[in-house]
Design a protein around this ligand. Structure first.
Ligand SMILES: [Zn+2]
Length: 677
């Protein structure tokens, strides 16, 4: 769960929505923070220039926890603020001016670091926090006076000088202009010269490791780690990994757009990507695979998201493109099977979206709920898989470079991406983008008939395929299994029902539709094997506890309540579970097989012998509702299952030995097949 959360980015933490390019705003901020008392004291001069009068009324917004001591605009004190919605104070700037010069001083006490907070809560309501373990002032917390136009906060460049106790180090996205230590204080000045979506500030008891590198694209870049002392030893490995990602993406896209990149540790298990840095939980940074996955995703966001800004009104393409060029690209590097597994995982997630909950891709703005994440990340990444299949790798890569050079540091939409790829491919991609961006849901494609006829020493085949109404334009690979091996035909679909003829040199035995999962479509039931998550998210569920004993029943109850999103109905012995309800059955090894047989439910899968401390597996009840069975040795084993199972929702089965998951996996997916008689 938290792994997916890592992919979310500060960009969407609040201020980005609706940011617009004009007029120009320049901040000069000085901020003094004392982590021990959590006191913040700051001053800012803000210059607003350009087409101010065209923008409609401008406002200044500051979180209500701060006290504005001095608030001058154009040499005059502003009247008292009005209380805005949700705990913000709001000042209106006088209308009819071509420019504004603001002079502000404010102070306040920051909230303590809340270690129990989840990453999702951090995203939903960013709060500025401070403490001896770390200080985090996200832009979305409105810790400084934010200039807001009719469409939301204005893009702004800035210069920030931070002032913290000498044992601390701090960082703001941008270029480190100067730093010094004197009189028991550390001072550092950072400048960000491009229009940015907000100002984030991080400080903590950091050890800083720095290295200057020359990248594949010929840039000189300052790499740094700001790590808590306990993980300072990891710095060299992180610096090496960042260098590798910069080389990869400079070759693929174009020069890295900044002069530095830093990896910064956080006392809470969050994960953010901001321009020039990524902020990852200390516990997360210790995990060895983070360098191979999430780190690269966050580095790539300096191109997509922090280098070219997604248009909040036209849909957020940056998570999909970043997932495709980072997470998916790393899987493809492992091999075709790993990449296929990832595509299947996306389609399985899409198949799990409850009817009516899906949204067009063009409406995805930011990750909030699991469903919008599936659309924004998985569906969008799959769009890029299909686009590259459609136009070829050379045109795809040229489109990527063209998009980057044309839209650097500007807001760009899905349609701008479309234009770049269309120019690179030399063809109109309008229908392709329109159907995938604007339609809700995904097509269901199925083979409804296939015939084979011998003609001399060759075989004529006729395949009939159906999809929904109105039809999508789809290129669907069909794999023909023949006595002489496999042959793949690519069919161009454009109608709700159509028939294709082909001739093969060898006798066909069977065919499979899109066996490599390269088409964005709704998986058929046997292509989407049951996974544990289907039970966890079910809106109606029932629990059968098999076996007696107070300790056993209590442990089974704890397991059910911990695992299920909604409160289940606990069945009494002999009760039949209601139809169309997800069912969780919990029993001891010796009892569960007989109970499943008596209830006419699928038996324990072969390969899951009842020798481990516990086994958990997902199946389907007759009629299709999810079934999850927990077979355990004793109540202690149930407590281990309760603790760990919520982290393994994407799996079909788990085998527990002692306190750990010894084996896990997903049931194999059956490609949609047609067998010739
Ligand atoms: Zn991301």
């Amino acid at each position: 769960m938290w792994l997916r959360a890592l992919a979310a980015c500060a960009l969407f933490a609040g201020v980005a929505a609706g940011a617009s390019a004009a007029p120009s705003v320049q901040y000069d901020v000085t901020v003094r923070i004392d982590p021990a008392t959590r006191a913040l004291d700051a001053t800012a001069t803000i210059a607003v220039t350009g087409t101010v009068a065209d923008q409609g009324p401008l406002r200044i917004v500051l979180a209500s926890g701060f006290t504005g001591e001095r608030l001058q605009a154009d040499g005059r004190m502003l009247p008292a603020p009005s209380a805005g919605r949700d705990g913000y104070q709001v000042w209106s700037l006088p209308a009819g001016h071509d420019a504004h010069a603001l002079d502000v001083r404010w102070h306040g006490t920051l909230a303590p670091v809340d270690r129990t907070i989840t990453h999702r809560q951090t995203l939903d309501r960013p709060v500025a926090t401070a403490g001896l373990d770390g200080t985090f002032l996200p832009a979305g917390s409105f810790w400084y006076p934010v200039i807001v136009g009719p469409d939301g906060p204005l893009l702004a460049s800035y210069r920030v000088t931070l002032d913290v106790p000498a044992g601390e180090r701090g960082i703001v996205p941008g270029r480190l202009v100067a730093e010094s230590e004197a009189d028991g204080r550390y001072h550092a000045t950072f400048a960000f010269e491009h229009p940015a979506e907000g100002i984030d500030l991080i400080a903590g008891p950091y050890r800083v490791e720095a290295r200057t590198v020359h990248t594949a694209g010929g840039s000189t870049i300052a790499l740094r780690t700001y790590f808590h002392p306990a993980i300072a030893g990891l710095a060299p490995a992180y610096l090496d990994a960042v260098k590798g990602y910069l080389d990869l993406y400079e070759r693929w896209i174009g020069p890295y757009p900044f002069t530095e990149f830093s990896v910064v540790s956080s006392p809470t298990p969050t994960g953010f990507g901001m321009p020039t840095l990524t902020y990852l939980g200390e516990s997360v940074l210790k995990l060895p695979f983070i360098r191979a996955t999430s780190l690269g995703h966050e580095v790539l966001h300096n191109w997509w998201g922090n280098g070219v800004y997604p248009d909040a009104r036209g849909g957020n393409w940056s998570e999909g493109l970043t997932t495709f060029m980072a997470d998916y690209a790393y899987k493809a590097r492992e091999g075709p099977d790993a990449a296929r597994e990832m595509r299947l995982g996306w389609l399985r997630d899409l198949a799990a979206v409850p009817p009516g909950q899906d949204r067009p891709l063009a409406e995805f703005a930011a990750r909030r709920l699991a469903t919008s994440q599936i659309v924004g990340y998985d569906k969008a990444a799959m769009l890029f898989v299909m686009l590259r299949d459609e136009i070829g790798t050379a045109a795809f890569d040229e489109g990527v470079r063209r998009f980057w050079s044309e839209h650097r540091f500007r807001v760009a939409s899905w349609r701008d991406l479309q234009a770049a790829f269309a120019a690179a491919a030399g063809r109109d991609l309008g229908p392709f983008f329109t159907q995938w961006l604007e339609r809700t849901g995904v097509p269901s494609v199925r083979v409804v008939g296939a015939e084979r006829r011998a003609t001399g020493d060759r075989y004529a085949i006729r395949v009939t395929i159906e999809q929904g109404v109105p039809p999508y334009a789809l290129r669907v690979p069909v794999r023909m299994r023949t006595v002489a091996g496999d042959e793949t035909l690519v069919l161009d679909l454009g109608r709700s029902r159509e028939t294709f003829d082909a001739t093969l040199g060898a006798r066909p035995i069977a065919l499979a539709l899109d066996p490599e999962f390269r088409v964005l479509r709704r998986l058929a039931a046997d292509e989407a094997p049951p996974i544990l998550r289907q039970l966890m998210v079910a809106t109606r569920s029932a629990v059968a506890v098999i076996g007696a004993g107070a300790d056993w029943s209590a442990a089974a109850r704890r397991l059910a309540l911990r695992t299920l999103d909604t409160r289940p109905r606990f069945l009494a012995a002999g009760d039949a579970p209601p139809a169309d309800t997800a069912l969780l059955a919990i029993g001891r090894h010796g009892d569960i097989d007989a109970w499943l047989a008596a209830a006419k439910l699928p038996a324990r899968p072969a390969g899951l012998a009842d020798t481990a401390d516990a086994q958990v597996w997902a199946a389907s009840r007759p009629g299709g509702a999810p079934l999850v069975v927990v077979s355990a040795r004793d109540g202690a084993a149930l407590d281990t299952v309760a603790r760990l199972m919520p982290h393994y929702g994407q799996q079909s089965f788990l085998v527990f030995e002692g306190e750990r998951v010894a084996k896990r996996g997903v049931w194999p997916s059956q490609a949609v097949a047609w067998r010739f008689e």
